[in-house]
Design a protein around this ligand. Structure first.
Ligand code: MF3
Ligand code: CO
Ligand code: CO
Length: 289
């Protein structure tokens, strides 16, 4: 169906279609005819969405900039949770994890062999040499921003530090692979190569994801892949890249008691970094980090 050039654009910008997404649709339609999977219109954020996502991101970035000063031997992950809840709500936001599909806390705190979805607890006391991922998602005015970083508890082993550093490089290399009118598979291919080159494995069960108007939107952003495959990356998409990289093998198991926390099967370390990205006409803008 061809839209009237003078009708308001489908993106909600209130601009005329011909001055807004007509060219975008033309490009998408060519790719679609060539057999590529393309994003639906509802995945494309307009200026208003982006404005609110950036406000959510500002709170989220503030949490992760400040939580590090709390993290030292003897601190519990419950204390991290309290900091995240208090910071978020005092800045007018809502911690997205709290109550999400039954998740009981405001943040995920994944320690050592925990891959992701570590649940804060007063029983988890951080000790010298631990590595911990703090994964925060903030809702502001109905819009979401999602990011995570690694923190070291006191002095950590050179092996742990190398895993943290290479995992961050995996995220950075994944971001460099994001190109408007490229493919989601380009991202996973780049990440996978870098992880394997360093002797590490990539977790397959958890992926990056569209984000912004909801917590988890399409597409899935796998951290393994084949270049030129998967959904086309188009300007206006907002999604996360969040590689989970294991020191040992990739297989995992889920905590039977809480139903959430993923651990490495071999008990070796796992690290993760996550950013929320906006695809622009010329490249990529990092919104939450
Ligand atoms: N923040 C996680 C992500 O990166 C999702 C956590 S879901 C929760 O997608 F319920 F555990 F918080
Ligand atoms: Co996250
Ligand atoms: Co995420």
């Amino acid at each position: 169906m061809k839209m009237n050039k003078n009708a308001p654009c489908w993106c909600g910008s209130k601009k005329k279609y011909k001055n807004c997404h007509e060219k975008w649709d033309d490009t998408i339609n060519v790719l679609k005819i060539r057999g590529h999977m393309v994003p639906e219109h509802h995945l494309i954020k307009n200026a208003e969405d982006i404005k609110w996502i950036k406000k959510a991101a500002a709170i989220n970035n503030g949490i992760l900039d400040n939580v590090g000063s709390l993290i030292k031997p003897g601190v519990t992950t419950e204390e991290i949770d309290k900091f995240v809840y208090d910071y978020t709500t005092s800045h007018g936001g809502i911690p997205a994890p709290l109550g999400y599909e039954g998740y009981p806390k405001s943040v995920c705190t994944s320690v050592n062999d925990e891959i992701c979805h570590g649940i804060p607890s007063d029983k988890v006391v951080l000790k010298e040499g631990d590595i911990v991922n703090v994964d925060c998602t903030t809702i502001f005015h109905g819009h979401y921003a999602d990011a995570s970083r690694m923190f070291c508890v006191g002095q950590v082993s050179p092996e742990a530090q190398r895993l943290i550093d290479v995992t961050k490089e995996c995220l950075e290399i994944g971001i460099k692979a994001v190109r408007p009118w490229g493919h989601i598979g380009d991202i996973g291919a780049a990440i996978q190569e870098h992880a394997h080159k360093n002797g590490y494995s990539v977790v397959r069960e958890f992926c990056g994801h569209g984000v912004g108007n909801g917590f988890h939107e399409d597409p899935y952003v796998q951290h393994v892949g084949i270049r030129g495959t998967g959904m086309v990356i188009a300007p206006g998409m907002v999604f996360t890249i969040e590689p989970m990289i294991n020191e040992g093998k990739a297989p995992l198991y889920i905590d039977e008691d809480n139903g959430w926390t993923a651990y490495t099967k071999d008990g070796k370390l796992s690290a993760q970094w996550e950013h929320t990205l906006l695809v622009t006409e010329h490249g990529v803008e990092i919104l939450a980090w």
